[in-house]
Design a protein around this ligand. Structure first.
Ligand code: CUA
Length: 193
């Protein structure tokens, strides 16, 4: 009970017990393993992408003169729409969603918003791409299925990362940051030919 003073006045200056020292050692070693797994897995696992993030300047976020009218996604949305308009090759079934083939420059654009990933992209196996990603509204999570790639997508920031698809097929994109009532329906798609 803490109402009484401890029997040993200098109670905190006891020698460390063997089991205690052992556990501290185990924890330290494990912490070091986890720490060095981060760079190791980046290089060997080829899954922890290094990405760049650029703040979209306020001047490009629209209605600079009236901050209450500011819409952070406007500039990025305009870029994606221009990209879609120039490079759409077909529509996805009867959904009307454009399927966009990457240009030779290697830049591909996708946006996240409540609640979809837009547009659908078509990439080629073995080609390298600079993948641009941003959100028009809230925080979303860009998770590529079935690979283990995860990117947080923030409004007001343009994320850019390099990808080189190593297998062909149809890849799904799901949202893995809870973003409201339509979160579970926030889907996207990437074809690799
Ligand atoms: Cu977007 Cu959850």
């Amino acid at each position: 009970m803490a109402i009484f003073p401890p029997s040993e006045k200098v109670w905190w200056n006891e020698p460390v017990e063997r089991t205690e020292a052992l556990w501290i050692g185990i924890c330290l070693v494990w912490a070091m393993i986890l720490f060095f797994m981060m760079p190791y897995w980046h290089i060997v696992g080829q899954q922890n992408l290094s990405n760049e993030a650029y703040k979209i300047p306020l001047a490009d976020q629209g209605a600079e003169s009236d901050p209450s009218q500011r819409f952070v996604g406007e500039a990025y949305e305009a870029k994606v729409e221009a990209y879609v308009a120039a490079n759409t090759i077909r529509e996805e079934g009867d959904t009307g969603i454009p399927v966009v083939k990457a240009t030779d420059s290697g830049d591909v654009y996708m946006l996240g918003r409540l609640w979809d990933w837009y547009p659908i992209l078509e990439l080629e196996k073995g080609k390298s791409y600079r993948f641009h990603l941003s959100s028009l509204d809230w925080l979303h999570g860009w998770s590529l299925q079935p690979t283990n790639i995860n990117i947080q997508v923030h409004p007001g920031y343009e994320m850019i990362f390099n990808v080189t698809p190593t297998e062909t097929g149809e890849f799904g994109v799901v949202c893995n940051e809870f973003c409201g009532i339509g979160h579970h329906n926030m889907l996207g798609k990437i074809y690799v030919k």
